[in-house]
Design a protein around this ligand. Sequence first.
Ligand code: SF4
Length: 348
Amino acid sequence: MTNPEPLIEVQGLKTFFKVREGLVRAVNGVSFSIKSGQTLGVVGESGCGKSITAQSIMRLVEPAGKIVEGKITYYRMDSHNNRTSAEVVDITSLNPRGPEIRHIRGGEIAMVFQDPMTSFSPVHTIGDQISEALMLHQNMNKKEALERAAETLHKVGMPKPYRVLTSFPHQLSGGMRQRSMIAMALSCNPSLLIADEPTTALDVTTEAQILELMKKLQGSLGMAIMYITHNLGVVAEMADEIIVMYLGKIVEHASVVDLFENPKHPYTRALLRSIPRVDKDIDERLESITGMVPDPYSVPHGCPFHPRCPSLIPGICDVIEPDGVRVDDSQVYCHLYNPEPAAVRQPL
Ligand code: SF4
């Protein structure tokens, strides 16, 4: 069940990278919150800032990058998913290598990636790696931790979990490695699971099983999920709410129903036109989005989507950056819905 209070709140987050070519505003003023039991889908093309947003929450941004503005607040919940008033953690103020974030990372907030090999060490067995996380975060001894690891592997549908405990990552198939990574992430009963394209490399059958599994575990554990993907079909299955990102900014934030039934931002509409849908005619052509995502160090003036937008309002969209406006129950960043800039064009 969804708790009405946020578990994690991201306000005005800006994470920039200094690279040789210039300054990359990878995440540029992003705000959202996620509640316990809720799944927030984060979608957009490659390079739109989805993964850097997640890495900022985990304080895992690479050294060239830095959180330069904004706040990430984590509200620690008790075992019934109620807020404990004393336990409010300002994640942005923590030392990224300090003990407090290490306690949260992997224990209370866990992450699964597209490539499990980035999470697993190739030279240790799956059992050693999952049990190490449990000994660190749950104060278990080795025997208890291995028992819990086997239990969690069983929960994620792994056949012969005890045999998997003694296997090295390279001895498992892609699907089994992915399940093992999900088991490692879930072993400590995290409050928030951040899943960054966790099924992109898998075949559709394994993908469907893993999505089903995450939903089932969310139902029993009550955790929140932040599900990052470029695949709108997957978020349609998984998410309660969706944020659509483009060049480091949110362009639309809506419930899954509103986003699919009544998308408002031209970028969201273009993304939706580019995916196959069962409710569309079989011979209806899929459209690709015009143009390319611009260089991240030379983001266009005004609305960042304007060079590719079929609804561009010349003299406005290429000059003024749109503010967020509430349209029905969605938050949209587009001049089409904001009468203010139109006044700029009115003759005096
Ligand atoms: Fe298109 Fe203008 Fe809206 Fe940007 S603000 S999405 S350019 S109509």
